[in-house]
Design a protein around this ligand. Structure first.
Ligand SMILES: *Cc1c(COP(=O)(O)O)cnc(C)c1O
Length: 361
């Protein structure tokens, strides 16, 4: 383990021109308005150094920076929000740190001590505390990322990197149920590839198949395994869960994480929570055939994507080889609505934080 308990020095350079007054709290456009500051650390001469918080702004970069050419870049996505006790809290931030480090490993990016990530993150949120929106369901989206900044055209791990965290307030957006298509030609991740790293190339490669699906009237894709297109992996950039009604209390099915399925923190948390609430959860390979069968005989009662951005994104219909199967109405989806409600209660401190998930800033 790299981590110790030492505290790092962060040079804070506050902005002289806060833009907070320009923010309409009741009408926040998604992903376009950024908070006043960003945290930056540089990797050079073999070490992470120069920790600072500076006004949010453009970067100056060598056109030869290897991230721009060879995509040596990784990111995380997380949220801070106000709970009912008027505290600003983070949801399982150490999980994001651990995953960022696993992405580092896979992409040959030098790792950093936990305190750089945690202290940089907390200090930034503290400095921009007034950017954390207060209205119900809104939050401060946090984007930590690392990229190769060395200006060198050779293909090898770069020797210079930047680690940046910036944030943006996001409103409570109503996420419309999505129509998804089971993808049987294109591939998001292959065994041995980079599917379990949050690295830019995975997302760039997914744009084209997603665009084709949108032209066919779907919102998103359900990715299947690269070898046979027989097993279900993820839904767009979210993990996926199904509920099969077998007469019992209901059974949640979700494919196991591995080298082609990203280890989502929302997925992991919902699995724990669902089991705690008494639901049966099966983490095992899920075939397209069994889901199609369950839709045909009416046993598939719920399907949804899970991830930080929307938490739960309900699936309204699934298209398989040209046939669209409509799923039961959203209001009837007892299990996803129940686990979502419980997760929200923990996050807002209405329920006891019995798993120790919440961290105060
Ligand atoms: C980020 C991400 C997820 C969800 O992870 P969370 O930690 O729950 O936000 C799932 N799949 C992919 C491909 C992702 O990039």
């Amino acid at each position: 383990m790299l981590s110790t308990d030492t505290s790092i020095y962060i040079d804070v350079q506050p902005t002289a021109h806060s833009r907070i007054t320009e923010l309409d709290q009741d009408n926040i456009p998604f992903g376009r308005v950024f908070s006043d500051h960003m945290f930056i650390a540089d990797y050079k001469d073999g070490a992470w150094t120069d920790f600072k918080i500076v006004p949010y702004g453009n970067l100056s970069l060598s056109p030869a920076a290897s991230t721009l050419h060879y995509s040596q870049t990784i990111f995380e996505g997380m949220k801070a929000f106000y709970n009912k006790k008027d505290e600003v809290v983070l949801f399982r931030p150490e999980e994001n740190y651990e995953r960022l480090m696993r992405s580092c490993e896979r992409m040959c990016i030098p790792k950093m001590n936990k305190e750089i990530f945690m202290q940089g993150l907390k200090k930034l949120i503290d400095v921009d505390r007034k950017w954390v929106p207060k209205s119900e369901g809104s939050s401060l989206y946090i984007r930590p990322f690392i990229f190769a900044s060395e200006g060198f055209l050779g293909v090898r791990p770069a020797e210079e990197y930047k680690f940046i965290i910036f944030t943006c307030p996001v409103g409570a957006y109503y996420t419309q149920p999505v129509r998804v298509k089971v993808e049987t030609k294109f591939v998001r991740a292959a065994s041995g590839g980079t599917g379990n790293a949050k690295t830019g190339g995975n997302y760039a490669a997914a744009l084209y198949p997603a665009k084709l699906a949108q032209e066919e009237g779907y919102h998103q894709l359900i990715w299947t395994d690269a070898k046979e297109h027989k097993y279900i992996e993820e839904s767009g950039t979210m993990n996926i869960m199904f509920v099969i009604d077998d007469g019992s209390k209901g059974k949640i099915l979700t494919p196991p994480v591995g080298d082609t399925i990203l280890n989502g923190i929302t997925r992991k948390s919902l699995v724990l929570l669902a089991k705690d609430l008494g639901y049966e959860v099966e983490e095992r390979p899920v075939t397209v055939a069994e889901i199609e069968g369950a839709m045909k005989n009416g046993n598939l009662t719920e399907a949804f994507g899970v991830g930080t951005a929307a938490v739960i994104s309900q699936i309204a219909a699934i298209g398989i080889e040209g046939i669209d199967y409509e799923l039961p109405a959203i209001e009837t989806r007892k299990i996803s609505n129940h686990i979502l409600k419980e997760l929200k209660a923990i996050r807002s401190a209405e329920s006891e934080d019995r798993f120790g998930w919440m961290e105060k800033v």
